[in-house]
Design a protein around this ligand. Structure first.
Ligand code: FAD
Length: 471
């Protein structure tokens, strides 16, 4: 088997599918939350919205009459928005939700990897879907499109038991003792009734994402429950209007810029003919960094944009956080956390998939097992553990790459090896590894293996580079 056939075989054979992460929870007679339980979900991003939908559906199927309230602030929720095929299939299979055409801004068909020494074109076998997260600039965002369809297709009796309060902010979550309900959630005055609303509830579900970290509400919740947010790294995102570019070959391509900014991986995601989203991992980008990126000769092969800081659609670069591992404590009796704040997902990729899957697992656990610590451990935490093992490879690959990408010899070898694979349409090992970083379809363990195979396969190039010779 020639190398490109082997790498294609590995891509097909080890492609991540929902069934590798998910088996439905068996319904057990007499277990699970009881009729008239009230569940309050704080946060209506992907995790919160999917949780509400799936909890209502599962409860209805199990003949349980429960009440659900979701409270959500409607701040801008960043721009990201690249939906992998795994995330799309999961939404369809678990939630019967599709990606409506009107939220799709681009179908990404190619990934260009750029480092200091050159660039490589990597074809994607299946396009990736680029959207906005929050509705802006006259487009509906992906997160909003899901939130707007929370009740779509649910039975009438289930819909009647769902209440959505927004825009509002949960200001405090207090544990009650010796009372009928176990929690009190205090909302800010900024809510549709303009009053300090207080919700009494039985179960609290935190789905408020990384923006709530370090805010008093979550700090207080941590003190009450022992919840610990996952370890995270800085990130950032901004929308770039490229209409003033004197050269623009971005088209349907996404870009991974490796080591152009030290210790930082930058991505360009195309959103329109004259528009791209710029995201960074491991650093909050500064205005000076923007000049470095757009002034770099390898980037200028594809886009020439002078004064990029004048081309930011929101006139700012938003700082963000991305998890790099799992939370140590994220559930207890009658409370738990879902989505990003668990840190249970594949680090540095495919947050939507993890948010949808985690929400489903949590909803099934409540309905079929219960909301006590032991039930949550069995039905929720244990079924999330798939993620943790592979993240060891993901984290270390990321750290090693940040170090290696600063070495000229490595940057040159990497490009030389990858270019030598370009004789095949889909390349070979290195192309497969880069493709998997873009589309999230292989485990990090497999990506490490493919990179290693690519370099071992070309000992001559690698040796010359190590000797400091031209490759
Ligand atoms: C810059 C960036 C780009 C990304 N790009 C991608 C991508 O392209 N593809 C991908 O798959 N993943 C991406 N991710 C990851 C993905 O966005 C997340 O994994 C996913 O959205 C997690 O959803 P969530 O529901 O847990 O949290 P969030 O999406 O953060 O939702 C939290 C919700 O809670 C609300 N909220 C917060 N505090 C309160 C409060 N006190 N009261 C009421 N409501 C509150 C917020 O307004 C928000 O609506 C990106 C992440 C970042 C930071």
């Amino acid at each position: 088997m020639v190398p490109n056939q082997l790498s294609s075989f590995l891509e097909r054979r080890f492609r991540k599918r929902l069934k590798g992460f998910y088996t439905p929870l068996e319904s057990l007679d007499g277990r699970g939350i009881k009729d008239n339980t009230h569940v309050t979900v704080i946060g209506g991003g992907i995790a919160g919205s999917i949780f509400v939908r799936q909890l209502a559906l599962q409860a209805h199927k199990a003949g349980k009459k429960i009440n659900i309230t979701m409270v959500n602030s409607t701040n801008c929720n960043y721009c990201g928005g690249l939906i992998t095929n795994l995330a799309m299939d999961t939404l369809d299979e678990l939630c019967n939700l599709d990606i409506p055409d009107d939220i799709v801004l681009k179908q990404v068909t190619e990934c260009i990897y750029i480092n200091k020494a050159g660039s490589i074109n990597v074809e994607l076998a299946k396009p990736l879907t680029a959207t906005l997260r929050t509705s802006r600039f006259g487009y509906i965002g992906f997160d909003d499109s899901i939130k707007n369809r929370v009740t779509q297709g649910l039975p009438k009796e289930a819909i009647e038991r769902i209440e959505i309060i927004e825009p509002t902010l949960a200001k405090k979550v207090l544990r009650l003792s010796g009372q009928e309900h176990k929690w009190e959630v205090v909302l800010s005055k900024r809510n549709p009734d303009n009053t300090n609303k207080v919700l009494k509830t039985d179960i609290v579900v935190m789905a408020c994402g990384f923006r709530s970290v370090d805010k008093p509400m979550l700090k207080n919740f941590q003190e009450t429950t022992g919840y610990q947010p996952p370890p995270y790294i800085p990130a950032s995102v901004t929308e770039v209007d490229t209409s003033k570019a004197t050269k623009n070959l971005i088209s349907n391509r996404m870009f991974i810029l490796d080591g152009i900014i030290p210790d930082c991986v930058v991505a360009f995601i195309p959103k329109g003919p004259k528009w791209l989203t710029l995201t960074t991992l491991n650093k909050k980008l500064s205005i000076e960094d923007l000049d470095i990126i757009f002034g770099h000769p390898q980037v200028q092969e594809f886009i020439e944009l002078s004064n990029p800081s004048d081309c930011l659609r929101c006139h700012t670069i938003c700082g963000a956080k991305v998890y790099l591992g799992a939370s140590k404590t994220f559930y207890g009796d009658n409370w738990f956390v879902i989505g990003d704040l668990t840190g249970y997902g594949r680090v540095l990729k495919d947050g939507y998939f993890a948010a949808v899957l985690g929400a489903q697992l949590a909803a099934e656990t409540l309905v079929h097992l219960g909301a006590d610590y032991q039930s949550l451990r069995k039905g929720y935490h244990n079924r999330l553990k798939h993620f943790a093992k592979d993240n060891f490879y993901g984290r270390n690959l990321f750290k090693l790459n940040n170090w290696l990408s600063q070495k000229d010899w490595f940057a040159k070898t990497f490009i030389a090896v990858a270019q030598s694979e370009s004789k095949y349409k889909y390349g070979s090992y290195v192309h497969s590894a880069i493709r998997a970083l873009a589309n999230g379809e292989l485990s990090y363990k497999m990506i490490v293996f493919l990179f290693a195979m690519g370099l071992i396969k070309h000992p001559f190039l690698t040796f010359r580079a190590l000797m400091g010779k031209k490759v």
